[in-house]
Unconditional design. Sequence first.
Length: 424
Amino acid sequence: MTSWNPVPSLPASLPSADGVWTDLRLAPGLALPDVAVPEGAAACVVVEGGRVRWVGPAAALPAAYAPRPRHAGGGLLATPGLVDCHTHLVYGGHRANEFAMRLAGASYEEVARAGGGIVSSVKATRAATEDELVAQALPRLQALLDEGVCAIEIKSGYGLALEHERKQLRAARRLGEIAGVTVRTTFLGAHALPPEYAGRSQDYIDLVCREMLPALAAEGLVDAVDVFCERIAFSLAETEQVFQAAQALGLPVKLHAEQLSDMGGAQLAARYGALSCDHIEHLSAEGIAAMKAAGTVAVLLPGAYYTLRDTQLPPIQALREAGVPMAVSTDHNPGTSPALSLRLMANMACTLFRLTVPEALAGITTHAARALGLEGTHGLIAAGRPADFVLWPVQEAAELAYWFGQGAAHTIVRQGRIAKGDCA
Ligand code: NIG
Ligand code: FE
């Protein structure tokens, strides 16, 4: 993963997925209309012009579609393309040294206060060119795509200065073009205080709100805005200032909330109609109620929980009882979650957080799409949506969360093209 030149060019064009995909089994709850295909019955998916046109029981396939080219599904299990809704995929270098420090007993906060942590990735990211960032991130993206990810969020936040945040966001956009995958970019300028602003947090937040965000938004590089609201990062008042700037530009917000302590960030985020609150190990009952009222998704990040050997579980049962949708993501980043398997995160969400298998599978598809504002296009197999679906060589949907360490997809259809497999 350390070679970073040259930047690959666009892949040779992939075969079209247009035609009738026959003899599929649909994973329960992840296709519309889900009542139309009895569990176990063979289903068909019709793709036309790169979009799903029709999905339903094979026996009800409209006659008009019958003469179309066929892709034989062979009884494989179909899910929507997976959605990784919280990643910091673009950065320079890595932080294996901190892994060793933490194993020797240092906490995440101690590493950060000692000048490591996010700020050390900032140094490496600033030193890298845009091409180098793309080339370093590409194998990481490829690992996620090979497992069936069809939409991914990529945050900035390791540049912490206009030109470097721009470089990260441009790299994220380019990755989407190179790989042919939906990328949603999130501006996380308020991730950490850059060293040159030490002791001048308010000045930095002013810069984020008055210069960085408006400039990057005007360049079309920002789909959403995030803040790390925490004792070691930014206060509630600073977070609100960033949210106001986002709101003024018509951009949706999200929040790294209540990861290490209960800051009341979830209530604030809910007041701004946040798409999601992420981490939330220390989320309060008030935070849950506010998220429910605002329709904010709870994004669970078991990779960071595991890496930090956290013991504070997110309030899963209370979220479930309140009916707050729960998504699950890798939180891929070089410090707290060097994870490149979304299915492993589903497994960990079940094992560590006690999600049910259907919750975990909705968490890496339907609810993850919602956390990105993509609920109308991604996360379900349904007519009218882009053809993003994955065929798995498993008998039961539960196997998708059960196996870990292996479990390649058989066939991947991404953006209407066959990215892996054939089913000819
Ligand atoms: O999501 N919590 C803050 N941000 C990242 C960690 C980033 C890093 O340590 O580089 C997270 O866990
Ligand atoms: Fe994160």
